[in-house]
Design a binder for this molecule. Structure first.
Ligand code: FES
Ligand code: FES
Length: 184
């Protein structure tokens, strides 16, 4: 049994310890926001935060993740309120959206340590591949998210998701708050 914390919930996986974290999150926890792109560490679609660091979950085994704090796109915020999510929408930096969860995780991790990254900082910290080519808008969104996070500007709230966090949690047990009185 491999124990870790996923989106603030304690989780135990009864899986081969060599199972990639990506499969545990998607197939065992049904947290399908984290995407499978290449499976070889090249695209970044599978990025999650491990102890605050954006890592490619296709390359991390659950044994390596044991005892760590994992944050997936579902845990970044439950209602798209994270500045990165708001800025990605505001700058229309999403086309098909397949790369977006991994990019949002990488950008959020970058802004935690560097709220005003240069374009070079972004290139180094966010090597994710976007087949739709949203890179210029992505850079603007990350700059804007950093400014919003520091209070230098506000972003008009993006439209809410088509379903509420409560509706999502009905289908995905991993999204249910541990304490319903204090949604996490
Ligand atoms: S699926 Fe992990 S880097 Fe592409
Ligand atoms: S928005 Fe389509 S791959 Fe990035």
């Amino acid at each position: 049994m491999t124990k870790m914390t996923v989106n603030n919930r304690p989780v135990e996986y009864l899986l081969d310890p060599e199972t990639p974290l990506l499969w545990a999150l998607r197939d065992a926890s049904n947290l399908t926001g984290t995407k499978y792109g290449c499976g070889t560490g090249d695209c970044g679609a599978c990025m999650v935060m491990v102890d605050g660091v954006a890592l490619r979950s296709c390359l991390v085994t659950i044994a390596e993740a044991e005892g760590r704090l994992i944050t997936t796109i579902e845990g970044l915020s439950r209602d798209r309120s994270h500045p990165v999510q708001q800025a990605l929408v505001a700058e229309q930096a999403i086309q098909c959206g397949f790369c977006t969860p991994g990019i949002a995780i990488a950008a959020a991790a970058l802004l935690e340590s560097n709220p005003a990254p240069s374009r070079e900082d972004m290139d180094a910290a966010i090597p994710n591949i976007c087949r739709c080519g949203v890179y210029p808008r992505l850079a603007r969104a990350i700059e804007r998210a950093g400014q919003a996070a520091s209070g230098a500007q506000s972003i008009e709230a993006a439209p809410p998701p088509a379903i509420t966090p409560e509706e999502a949690a009905r289908d995905v047990p991993a999204l249910r708050p541990i304490d319903p009185a204090r949604p996490d």
